[in-house]
Design a protein around this ligand. Structure first.
Ligand SMILES: Nc1ncnc2c1ncn2[C@@H]1O[C@H](COP(=O)(O)OP(=O)(O)O)[C@@H](O)[C@H]1O
Ligand SMILES: CC(=O)N[C@@H](CCC(=O)OP(=O)(O)O)C(=O)O
Length: 317
C-alpha cells in the first residue's frame, strides 16, 4: 500500500480519496501543543475594541470553548471601554481619560458597573453558553475575587485624582478556581471591591487580567486587542515586536503610549510573577487564540521571563 498526500492506493490498484485526511493531519499537528497545554490555566483578556464585530465575538467564544474541551482551563477577563463610553454619551456624561485611565466619578462608576457586569459580561456568557452549560459570570466584587484601593494617575510626576479607579491589592482565587474545578469557564468583569470604604472601584481590564493570571499561577496571559501586537515604533511603523524578555519590555515601558501602557505593564507583572508567557495578539483576526496556542505561526507579541531568554521555554515553535 502506498500513501500520498491525500490518497491511498490499495494492492488492487484502486485509489480511494481520503478527503478527510488533511483534517486528521491538522488535528495531529496540534498534538504537541495539546500535550504541552493540557490542564494549564490560560487567562484571556478580551478588549472592548475587539468586541465590536458579531462574527469575531462568535469566533472568540468558539475558541474559548475549544480550549476548554481540549483540556485547558480558560478564564476570560473582559473590558468594555468603548461600550462604557457609548453609554455615558447616551446619558449625556463625558468620557475623560488621564494616563490611559477613565476619570470615574461616582455617577460614572454606576454606569461602568452596569455596562460591564450587566451588558458586556452577560453577552459573553451568552455566547459561550451557546456551546453548553459552561460559562459563569462574576465581577471582582464576588467572593472577594479582587480587592482594590484608590489609584491616582501619575501625570508628569504629579499625583492626579481620577475618582473611583482602583489599584488591586488582593486577589482571592477561590471562586474562580472552584468554577474551573467544576468544569466551568469563569467570565470576570474588572470591578473590584474596595478595601477601605465599602464602595467599588473601576479597574483597567488589562491590569485586572494580569493580576488574576499571576494569582492563579496561569501558564499564559493572552491579551486580545485591535492591533497586531506591540509595534516597535508606533505610530510611525507597523513592525511588530514578536518576542521580548521582561527586562527588554521594562526598558521600553517609559516610551509607550496610553492604550499599550496597561497591557504591557500587565504582561510584565504576569511574567515577573510566575506566568510563563504573556502575549498581546490581534483580536481582529478570527480564531487568533487557536492560532496562537495550537500552531507555530504565533501571531502578535510574546513576553517571556528573563530566565527563558536562552532556553526553549516560550519559544514560538
Ligand atoms: N507601541 C504600540 N503598539 C501598538 N499599539 C499601540 C502602541 N502604542 C499605543 N498603541 C495604541 O493602543 C491601542 C490598544 O489599546 P486600547 O485601545 O486600550 O485597546 P483595548 O480596547 O483592546 O484594551 C491601539 O489601538 C493603538 O492605538
Ligand atoms: C480605569 C479604567 O480605565 N477602566 C476601564 C475598564 C474597562 C476596560 O479596561 O476596557 P477595555 O479593555 O476595552 O479598554 C474603563 O472604564 O474604560
Amino acid at each position: 500500500m502506498t500513501t500520498t498526500d491525500s490518497t491511498t492506493t490499495d494492492s488492487a490498484g484502486t485509489t480511494r480519496k481520503h478527503t478527510a485526511l488533511p483534517k486528521a493531519r491538522i488535528l495531529v499537528e496540534a498534538l504537541p501543543w495539546l500535550t504541552r497545554h493540557h490542564g494549564k490555566t490560560v487567562v484571556i483578556k478580551f478588549g472592548g475594541n475587539a468586541m465590536v464585530d458579531e462574527e469575531l465575538k462568535a469566533a472568540f467564544a468558539q475558541d474559548v470553548v475549544f480550549l476548554h474541551h481540549a483540556g485547558l482551563r480558560p478564564v476570560v477577563v473582559h473590558g468594555g471601554g468603548p461600550q462604557i463610553s457609548a453609554q455615558l454619551d447616551r446619558l449625556g456624561l463625558e468620557s475623560e481619560f488621564k494616563a490611559g485611565l477613565r476619570v470615574t466619578t461616582p455617577e460614572a462608576m454606576e454606569v461602568v458597573r452596569m455596562v460591564l457586569a450587566g451588558q458586556v459580561q452577560r453577552e459573553l456568557v451568552g455566547l459561550l453558553n451557546e456551546h453548553g452549560p459552561l460559562a459563569v459570570g462574576l465581577t471582582g466584587e464576588d467572593a472577594h475575587t479582587m480587592t482594590a484601593v484608590k489609584r491616582y494617575a501619575d501625570i508628569d510626576g504629579e499625583r492626579v485624582d481620577i475618582g473611583r479607579v482602583g489599584e488591586i491589592t488582593d486577589i482571592d482565587t477561590g471562586a474562580v478556581q472552584a468554577l474551573l474545578d467544576n468544569g466551568r469557564i469563569p467570565v470576570v468583569s474588572s470591578i473590584a471591591r474596595s478595601a477601605d470604604d465599602g464602595h467599588v472601584y473601576n479597574v483597567n481590564a488589562d491590569t485586572a487580567a494580569a493580576a488574576l493570571a499571576a494569582a492563579l499561577g496561569a501558564e499564559t496571559l493572552m491579551v486580545l486587542t485591535d492591533v497586531e501586537g506591540l509595534y516597535e515604533d508606533w505610530p510611525h511603523s507597523d513592525e511588530v515586536i514578536s518576542r521580548l524578555t521582561a527586562s527588554e519590555l521594562e526598558a521600553l515601558l517609559p516610551d509607550l503610549a496610553s492604550g499599550m501602557v496597561p497591557k504591557m505593564e500587565g504582561c510584565l507583572h504576569a511574567v515577573r510573577n510566575g506566568v510563563t508567557t504573556a502575549r498581546v495578539i490581534d483580536g481582529r483576526v478570527q480564531h487568533s487564540i487557536l492560532l496562537e496556542i495550537f500552531t507555530d505561526e504565533g501571531i502578535g507579541t510574546m513576553v517571556v521571563p528573563d530566565e527563558a531568554a536562552t532556553g526553549t521555554e516560550g519559544k514560538r515553535s
